[in-house]
Ligand binder design. Structure first.
Ligand code: CAO
Length: 425
């Protein structure tokens, strides 16, 4: 069966997390992703956070499914020839090197464009043009500079980063969309183009509602924030709002049965206005349906702490799953706080392929997150990540069409060998 991106070939120069997330998605949609790695070293994540000695880490395997790996020293003269051949044979080059690396390698956009005018060159950098454009950036730097950290956490505590990798994986997702859009435009123009996604921009895009709130501050306090009900004045910038909901409906994380020993025995509970009367019935406060202090959303705003304390008295009598079942019958929006252990064991996520078991020749079986985007006519199978350089000869012969003699020459040139260490002075 053909897939959405069957026939698209990607020259994958990505490493660590942000870029690999992007190319993994493209591979799941059917693109042939050829990951170019440094001989002997490979993507640095192969050896990071290793749980089993000398085996590709889960960090690497979970970000590089469905790809092929070729090792190539692109600073070697013959290596540059092979890279040029790869540029001619691929549709898209994806990279997330530090600023200026591709230029220093001898492959600026103009050169790539002259080698293959149809090639789309997609890049992730930490920042767009501006004062920080030369900086190297990792996940938490992006979360901090993109507005997420200043708006995450509790008002009287430190800024917080979130466990969801919105800087790396979030920007990888943005880039993937840019690449697919550029591929679509190329069907009309025949031309390649540059696609860039800066991690700061990606995080700010995901923190868009907080820029909304920044502008609302000029017109008065943010009434849905707990601090309004607590009578604490707002400053010049959007404050951290704890677990307050980002929408217009107040929400909180509340304890459930077992919270004393289970760190995840909690539920997110939203007091959505249209179901307020049902909430009153469920928690055993039917008089609140008509009481002037509780009946209307505006009246409730200054009493949210008391209201949620009362709701929590009720949630503490139920497990998070019992509460979810009861509340959902009445369309009361809520969500149990699910641990990674619970998600790993969730059979419905297994059934949809969102959580998959993958077999790897040196690591054995492990769990991964499959393609979260489902296409009805382009199903995704998750296949294991490649070993370092596993497909080098296959790519040289089958993709680039090199003869035995040429392949031998490439081997002899040192382009496939780890760079020799410089002798100590
Ligand atoms: N052959 C020969 N050299 C290679 C090579 C290959 N196949 N692949 C990479 N290299 C070389 C590069 O040419 C570069 O050399 P120079 O510095 O001499 O030009 C060198 O490897 C280092 O590249 P780098 O700057 O990308 O890597 P780093 O480890 O120093 O920095 C990172 C890593 C992530 C901070 C940086 O790549 C970056 O800022 N990327 C953009 C933002 C990003 O994606 N960050 C998210 C990372 S995930 O948290």
């Amino acid at each position: 069966m053909t897939k959405a991106l069957t026939g698209v070939r990607i020259l994958d120069f990505t490493h660590v997390q942000s870029g690999p997330t992007c190319t993994q998605l493209l591979a799941w949609f059917g693109a042939d992703v050829i990951k170019v790695e440094r001989p002997g070293v490979g993507d640095i994540t192969r050896g990071q956070l290793q749980d089993i000695p000398n085996v590709d880490s889960l960090y690497f395997t979970m970000l590089n499914h469905n790809k092929r790996s070729i090792t190539l020293d692109t600073k070697n003269a013959k290596g540059k020839e092979v890279l040029t051949a790869l540029i001619k044979s691929c549709d898209v080059l994806v990279e997330n090197f530090g600023p200026g690396v591709l230029d220093r390698m001898g492959f600026p956009w103009e050169k790539i464009n002259s080698i293959n005018p149809g090639m789309i060159v997609a890049s992730i950098k930490g920042f767009g043009p501006g004062p920080y454009e030369d900086c190297k950036v990792y996940e938490n730097v992006a979360q901090c500079t993109g507005g997420a950290a200043s708006t995450t956490g509790f008002r009287d505590g430190l800024p917080l980063v979130t466990g969801a990798q919105i800087g790396d994986s979030g920007t990888g997702l943005h880039l993937a969309l840019g690449i697919v859009a550029a591929l679509f435009q190329r069907t009309r123009t025949g031309r390649g183009q540059r696609v860039t996604a800066a991690m700061q921009d990606g995080v700010l895009n995901l923190a868009r509602v907080k820029l909304r709130d920044q502008q609302r501050l000029a017109h008065g306090p943010l009434t849905e924030y707990s601090q309004f009900g607590e009578g604490i004045p707002f400053g010049e910038a959007v404050p951290r709002a704890g677990n307050d909901s980002g929408g217009g409906q107040p929400g909180r994380i509340l304890k459930c049965k077992g919270w004393e020993t289970d760190p995840n025995a909690y539920i997110y509970f939203i007091t959505q206005a249209p179901v307020w009367e049902k909430i009153c019935d469920v928690i055993g406060e039917p008089t609140w349906k008509t009481h002037p202090d509780y009946a209307k959303p505006a009246a409730r705003l200054s009493r949210l702490n008391d209201i949620f304390a009362r709701i929590e008295q009720w949630t503490m009598t139920k497990t998070k799953f019992e509460a979810m079942e009861i509340l959902n019958k009445d369309d009361i929006p809520c969500g149990p706080i699910l641990s990674m252990k619970e998600l790993a064991e969730d059979q419905s996520l297994r059934a949809t392929g969102t959580v998959v078991e993958v077999d790897h020749p040196t690591r054995g079986k492990y769990l991964s997150v499959g393609n979260p985007i489902k296409l009805s006519d382009s199903p995704s199978e998750v296949t294991r990540s490649p070993l370092l350089g596993e497909h080098t000869d296959e790519i040289l012969r089958q993709v680039l069409g090199f003869s035995d003699h040429q392949v031998a020459e490439i081997h002899d040139s040192g382009a496939l060998d780890p760079p020799r260490k410089q002798a100590a002075e």
